[in-house]
Design a binder for this molecule. Sequence first.
Ligand SMILES: NC(=O)c1ccc[n+]([C@@H]2O[C@H](COP(=O)([O-])OP(=O)(O)OC[C@H]3O[C@@H](n4cnc5c(N)ncnc54)[C@H](OP(=O)(O)O)[C@@H]3O)[C@@H](O)[C@H]2O)c1
Length: 430
Amino acid sequence: MGNREDDRQEMSGTDKKYDVVVWGATGFSGRPAALHLNRFYASQGKIRMAVAARSKSRLQALLKELDSPEIDMLVCPGDDAEAAAQVARSARVVCSAVGPAARWSTPMVDACIAHGTDYCDLSGELHWLRKMIDTRDAIARARGVLILNATGVDSIPTEYGVQRLQQAAREAFGEYCVRVKGCFAHGKIAVAGGSFLSGKGVMEAIADDPEMREIISNPYSINPTGDLHGYPPCPDLEHVVYDEDFAQYIKPFPVGQINARVVRRAHSLAGYPYGHEFTYIECALAGHSAWDRLKAILETRAVGLFVNTNPRTPLGKMLMALGPREGSGPSDEQMHRNGPFGFVYWGRTQSGKVMRSWATSPLDVHRATAAMMAETAVYLAKQRADVLQQGGFWTPGTAIGDALLKPLQRHRVLDTGTTQGLWPNIRIYS
Ligand SMILES: NC(=O)c1ccc[n+]([C@@H]2O[C@H](COP(=O)([O-])OP(=O)(O)OC[C@H]3O[C@@H](n4cnc5c(N)ncnc54)[C@H](OP(=O)(O)O)[C@@H]3O)[C@@H](O)[C@H]2O)c1
């Protein structure tokens, strides 16, 4: 950390060369984030940006693709604290698509805190988030540095889908919903290498430390420090069941477990506006027929085999070897086929009134993830004075509020809506 005078100068942002630096810009999510930022902002002179990554040659290839002489590149390997400091010093906001974050991103978070640079990333790695909140939140608050994690498809659609549902319930009924459920409703998620590696990292952390298993299985595992009370109970769905409110079968949804924890964390950060009885769970729609049910059961068992097998055992190692490789992901054509996606949300108030909402994207989940993180970064860089919090670990919804929905909608990344009737065009996850 520099001396106080240097810090003050840096924290005013006046000597920051870039509004946004995308770190991990050569990766599967980082590249589309850089393209999005260039297309909508840098190429129109709305932001100054740089791309950063560990490989100089891959950065040069990306710069060629971006074809914009104003964009700089910065080489920054994950284990190089000095390079991280240089990136953080130069930026108002670092947005990171480096993964697994648990393995590589701690020095960058520390550098951002030290140099007064806001930071957002895609991480939903629960063990790392727990550690970072416990060990860095206080200092980030003290230094006025905002840290926003999971700013992709986990967990922006769900945080805003639930927030909008609650606003609509409050306006229509004068009360919030106490019971809310969400479902991934249509689209397809093809797991890319980076997400697979990050998931494997969480499983290894659990295998290596029984205490970590207990912490992570707590539905409130990423609540603010000292608020992991575990009440009211809202266990993750483990089996395929018929759901009356969605009028079809629903099945476990691994990403939904992260989204649900983010919703509970946001609720705690906001001071429990929906009341202490509020519960949220998230699953995926599975269809109406006996065949749909059977398919969902088989898929749930296959996914369960992956996520419940200790990756340190011979069977676990064998299963892990079957997963996608680091840096790999679906082709452009596959992503196009996986197509638009959407979530639906259902909520009931204490007095039994029902509100529904949705969050949909015309993009596939990978491009949408990159674009959501990019928009979060631009908001922090350009509208910092309007941000609702000064510093610390927050969520996009609690730090930025509804204002983030405007650019997401304008650039056709995410649309949200509410209804007291049925959701429009509800489709089946397949
Ligand atoms: N929140 C969400 O909705 C969401 C969605 C998708 C992914 N994710 C998360 O985002 C992360 C990235 O996923 P992805 O699919 O883009 O993965 P990826 O293609 O494997 O990209 C990983 C990135 O990390 C970089 N990296 C790896 N090791 C590094 C090191 N030692 N030093 C510096 N950089 C390093 C890679 O650099 P190279 O380019 O040089 O290989 C690459 O840029 C993962 O943690 C994943 O779980 C979250």
